[in-house]
Design a protein around this ligand. Sequence first.
Ligand SMILES: NC(=O)c1ccc[n+]([C@@H]2O[C@H](COP(=O)([O-])OP(=O)(O)OC[C@H]3O[C@@H](n4cnc5c(N)ncnc54)[C@H](O)[C@@H]3O)[C@@H](O)[C@H]2O)c1
Length: 328
Amino acid sequence: MKVMQIGYGYWGNNVAKKLLASSMFEFVYLAESDETKRNNAIAQLPKEVQIVDNYEDYLDSDIEGVVICTQTEYSFEIAMKAMEKGKHVFTEKPLATTVERSVKMIEKAKEIGVVLHCDHLMVYNPVIRYIKRMIDEGELGEIMYIDISRINLGPIRKDINAMLDLAVHDIAVIDYLTNGLEPDELNAVGTSFFGNQETITYLTMKQGDMLVNINSSWISPVKTRKTVIAGTKKMVIFDDVSMDKLYIYDSGINIVPGSIYGEYEYQTRVGDIFVPHIVYYDSLQKSLEHFATCVVEGKESLSGPSQSLRVMKILEAAQEKLRAGRND
Ligand SMILES: NC(=O)c1ccc[n+]([C@@H]2O[C@H](COP(=O)([O-])OP(=O)(O)OC[C@H]3O[C@@H](n4cnc5c(N)ncnc54)[C@H](O)[C@@H]3O)[C@@H](O)[C@H]2O)c1
């Protein structure tokens, strides 16, 4: 698939490497509006990739898709222009800054008949795939709660807050694990130290009896990527910065007959801890290749319109809660 990547900043650097590493792509153009970053690209990318400044001049070329790695505030306009020219779109997360913009993008993709893929890359993560299989096979039992910490030191962004930047991954993962997340209750609080937007946020949700808590922060002394999923049968901890990644705890609560007839007691059960060997592959490359496969097979991406819209609706509802809690 012939593609043009747009944006070569912090993350665009990684995306370019994965495009080059994959046999499914022909990386034809890299568009970058900033001269310094363009020079970086000239120095770092192979000569086959043509480095250009204005992506619009190349939308009429024979590329089949665009890979958008600009700041989120610009991705909407670029995606709409690219789709108008019949190009498939891979865009960095979040899909857009608002639900309204997301809906316009989704409608445009449908109208033109192109694939729209949002890079919710954790959905393509091998550990998440392993957990999904456990949940689907009933190994965890009913999920009682999911608690996620995605905290690190910066970068402090100006166009979006920490929740839009970080929780988007976690919401997409929970959406994937639970076959669609549409919470009955949602609450969010945040604070804006060192930023014009919230730099530290907490998002809580309830769907049926399942509780979700997501902590997103750019102000933490250490990088933490920890997901705790507690099922009624087993519990798991996915620690993305540890070597072993996934710990499965055969621990929980046993319900046993009590001393009084007809009554029950709750006994804690502390069992084995299992660390499975999971064959590692790169989630970003998998996400890119899933996009290419969807183009070839003409199917909707797993992190395409349906999932992106559910994720954006949650994020927007959470943004309203954050706005309501602001002092200014
Ligand atoms: N999937 C992930 O895990 C992950 C991680 C980090 C960032 N991201 C996402 O990647 C995107 C980029 O983030 P970043 O940290 O690389 O930002 P960045 O500011 O470092 O880079 C964005 C680049 O896009 C360029 N750009 C902007 N408008 C352009 C245009 N019209 N034409 C050409 N180039 C243009 C800018 O000059 C800049 O170099 C964001 O959407 C962010 O949310 C995703």
